[in-house]
Structure formats: structure tokens, C-alpha cells
Write a protein that binds this ligand. Structure first.
Ligand SMILES: [Zn+2]
Length: 250
């Protein structure tokens, strides 16, 4: 769990070379109590100047290693909420509803977040896990400089707009599976979306040019025509379906 490096989170263990006794420091308060002082910056080289008196009469020195970066990454679920120093955000937000990462994180973040919280609290650090695949070229090859097949998302956004790219990705990307990006399909998605955009703009213009105040608009269900009832029914079914799919991460 440690690395012989300079930059990183110092391993908080002080050890005596003479009697081999050691102490694991859990907070700056504890360090101050045992060492009498705490450096302003808790990183190297300042932290290495701190020594702790040993019961054998010798001095304990910090084991000079730093923690593996996966310890930093694995503890993020609570360290970003200032836990355990503060409890309010942790109580309110932890564990998060879900974590979203690429399939390269099976042995990485998905794993280490879980390991860290199970070891320290015996609890899961997320309720659900959504894993996405990678974006490959239209023929299913990895995008790379040497193949010259890289398509930047900015290029797609400049041509078709961000909504087209979102629409394409939502439709084409299944959880955990790679997507073979195809510019021709994006063009078709853009055309489909333009129809919806135009209807949307048309309706907004109609409302703007009328005396209708949408915020005050109430439909009397008893007086509503069959077409209006159909539209309201469709709207509610769509909300229900979209909510269900969202909750299943589909
Ligand atoms: Zn000692």
C-alpha cells in the first residue's frame, strides 16, 4: 500500500529503529499531542522533520514512504465530504446513489472505493454502479493517433450541436458495451432532432404571439376534447416511462 516516492500523501506511521515500536497517527490533533508540534504543510519534506519520543528513550521517525495513490482515490467517497472531521455532509449524502466510470475501472476505482469503505466501515461506498464502454471508430477499431481515426467530440459538436451528440450516445451506448461511432448515423440523428426542434420552436412562437400565459393555463378535464385528453395521456405515459428507465439506468 505504499510507494517509495516524494510527492503524495505521507504514510502516517512513526517507527522506532531501536525497539521497533510504532504508532499510527490518525489526526493532526493526535500528532500534536505526541510530537508537540505540527508543520503547516503536512507533506514532505516538512512532515519528516517531526519526531515522536519513544518509550525506550529513542525517537520515532516517520516511515519515509508515501501512500499509494489508490488509497487517496479509494477514500474519496468520504474525504470529499470532509468526513470524519465533519459529519453533516456525510450523513446527508453518503453513500452516493451511483458511480459512473468506464470499463477500465473494474480493477480501479469501482474496486478500490468498495475495498476502502468495506475495510474502514464495513459498508458499500455506492448504492449502484454504472459502467460505460469506450468510443471506437465506425469499424470497431480503437481510436489512435497512428491509425489517424480519432474523431474529437468537439468536431461533432461544432457540426451538429451538443444535443445531437447526447442523443446519439444515449441511443447507441448500452451499459458496459463499446460504441462504434459513425458520423453518418449522427447526421440522421441530427435530422430527426431538427424535426423535434422545429415543432418545439413553432409551438413556442405560437404561445408567444398569443395571449396565453402557460403558467396560468389549466385544462378542465371534463371539458377537454378527445385530442387534448390523448395528448395529456401521452404526456403522462412518457413521464412514467422515462422515470422508470432513468431509475433502472437504461
Ligand atoms: Zn523505541
Amino acid at each position: 500500500i505504499t510507494r517509495q516516492r516524494y510527492w503524495g500523501t505521507p504514510l502516517p506511521i512513526w517507527k522506532c529503529d531501536k525497539c521497533r515500536d510504532y504508532v499510527v497517527i490518525g489526526s493532526t490533533t493526535e500528532l500534536k499531542k505526541l510530537a508537540g508540534k505540527v508543520p503547516k504543510d503536512l507533506h514532505r519534506p516538512y512532515i519528516d522533520e517531526i519526531e515522536i519520543k519513544c518509550k525506550c528513550g529513542n525517537k520515532k521517525k516517520r516511515i519515509p514512504d508515501i501512500l499509494d495513490v489508490w488509497i487517496d482515490a479509494g477514500t474519496t467517497s468520504w474525504s470529499c465530504l470532509d468526513y470524519p472531521q465533519k459529519k453533516d455532509l456525510f450523513k446527508k449524502l453518503w453513500p452516493p446513489d451511483f458511480i459512473l466510470e468506464g470499463k477500465d475501472q473494474i480493477r480501479g476505482w469501482f474496486n478500490l472505493l468498495l475495498v476502502a469503505s468495506m475495510v474502514s466501515m464495513n459498508k458499500h461506498s455506492y448504492k449502484a454502479c454504472y459502467m460505460h464502454g469506450f468510443v471506437q471508430d465506425a469499424e470497431g477499431r480503437k481510436m489512435s493517433k497512428s491509425l489517424g481515426n480519432i474523431i474529437s467530440p468537439y468536431e461533432v459538436i461544432d457540426k451538429f450541436g451538443a444535443d445531437t451528440l447526447r442523443y446519439y450516445m444515449i441511443g447507441g451506448a448500452n451499459a458496459g458495451l463499446d460504441i462504434n461511432y459513425n458520423m453518418e448515423d449522427t447526421k440522421i440523428k441530427h435530422k430527426n432532432l431538427t424535426v423535434l426542434w422545429n415543432i418545439h420552436k413553432y409551438l413556442i412562437d405560437l404561445v408567444k404571439n398569443s395571449s396565453i400565459d402557460l403558467r396560468k393555463l389549466k385544462i378542465d378535464k371534463k371539458k377537454a376534447s378527445i385530442e387534448e385528453k390523448y395528448i395529456i395521456s401521452k404526456l403522462n405515459s412518457t413521464i412514467k416511462k422515462a422515470t422508470e428507465l432513468f431509475e433502472k439506468y437504461k
